[in-house]
Design a protein around this ligand. Structure first.
Ligand code: ADP
Length: 358
């Protein structure tokens, strides 16, 4: 085959591979960077699939789809696929660290926006830091970053000379890196497709976190490509799923749980936020968004319900003022629940050793 022929066949091969989607997601296997060492030797097409989840069904499923997609191409009579599970993915299955110096990495996620995911992430991070853990918080919500505001962080981004690594800010004892800091308050985060992947990877890999006990990732809401990018880039030790009690939020929480399970990330537990409201100065309790939804869902999913956080004006006010409620009003109803949640998370991550001696 001439070189020109060969390159036009390869173009066709790439075109067809771009139609093969990663199961359950809208992104294709080429744009996601799974296809490597592509070569046409005679009529044999060889390629390596670099996967980041050790799911034994995945190579077979992708193999079938790749072969089906390449059917009818004269130049390709056979397809040989080698599968490699990348080190970060191997780490995911064994629970070892995925970022140098970072012992545990957890994601705080929700299927739906506005349920209090970022509020939970910042308060859990600060609660853990209060007990002596070295904690980092990474705001991965490129489209609606809010952690810089919630932690009252005004520091700009600093880059380490020579290494070009990004130095995280430090607020309330938590190391913070946020897209908000990279983009500035008013910049629209008009990032698309591959740029999202690149930024997210830069976020997770190029930040000089130093030694951390726990890195908390505040994920954007939803179950799309960006969440997959994050899960593929770093090995998570588990995910906290935040919901509110009503069905409309639980439906999306279910999707988030399914997404993490698909990529073999352990669900640490469910957090029901805005569970109830106690009229200040009374013991009148109102279940504004319904009651028992989080408990029922946690039983259905066989995951622990790690917290029922009340709706509390202090939580909202403190978030807006940049001082998480666990610091500003540690005896308020929501702060007590957040501190208990932080304790439960620490217990799960470090097996009943929730107070660290530094
Ligand atoms: P998400 O990250 O899910 O979009 P946020 O954490 O940004 O949600 O919360 C949305 C709004 O709800 C914020 O104004 C926040 O201060 C407020 N909020 C979150 N949790 C509570 C709570 N338990 N009580 C009162 N307000 C809350």
């Amino acid at each position: 085959m001439s070189d020109t022929n060969q390159s036009s066949w390869m173009e066709e091969v790439m075109k067809r591979l771009r139609l093969v989607k990663y199961p359950g997601f809208s992104r294709d296997i080429v744009s996601f960077g799974l296809v490597h060492d592509l070569a046409l030797e005679g009529a044999e097409l060889k390629l390596t699939l670099k996967l980041s989840t050790p799911d034994p069904a995945l190579p077979e499923k992708l193999g079938q789809e790749i072969r089906a997609g390449l059917k009818g191409l004269d130049a390709v009579q056979s397809v040989t696929i080698r599968t490699e599970v990348t080190p970060t993915a191997a780490a995911a299955s064994t629970g070892t660290q995925g970022i140098e110096g970072v012992k545990k990495i957890i994601a705080v996620a929700s299927g739906k926006g506005g349920v209090g995911k970022s509020t939970v992430a910042s308060n859990v991070a600060v609660s853990l830091a209060r007990t002596g853990w070295k904690v980092g918080l990474c705001d991965c919500d490129l489209y609606g970053p809010s952690q810089a505001l919630m932690l009252g962080c005004r520091e700009g981004v600093r880059v380490e000379e020579g290494t070009e690594r990004i130095i995280p800010a430090e607020c309330h004892g938590v190391k913070l890196m946020s897209m908000g800091m990279l983009l500035g308050e008013d910049s629209p985060a008009a990032l698309r497709g591959p740029m999202v992947t690149r930024f997210t990877q830069q976020f997770l890999r190029q930040v000089a976190w130093g030694e951390l006990d726990v890195l908390v990732l505040d994920l954007p809401p939803g179950t799309g490509d960006i969440q997959l990018t994050i899960v593929q880039t770093v090995s998570l030790d588990g995910a906290l799923i935040v919901t509110t009690p009503q069905e409309v939020a639980l439906v999306d929480a279910r999707k988030a749980i399914a997404m993490f399970r698909k990529v073999n990330v352990e669900i640490l537990g469910l957090v029901e936020n805005m569970s109830y409201f106690v009229v200040p100065g009374t013991d009148q309790k109102h279940n504004i968004f319904g009651s028992g939804g989080g408990k029922r869902e946690s039983e259905r999913q066989k995951v622990p319900l790690l917290g029922e956080i009340p709706l509390d004006a202090e939580a909202r006010k403190c978030g807006d003022e940049g001082r998480p409620v666990v610091l500003a009003h540690p005896t308020s109803p929501s702060a007590i629940s957040f501190l208990n949640l932080g304790n439960s998370v620490a217990k799960i991550l470090f097996s009943n050793n929730s107070t660290r001696t530094t």
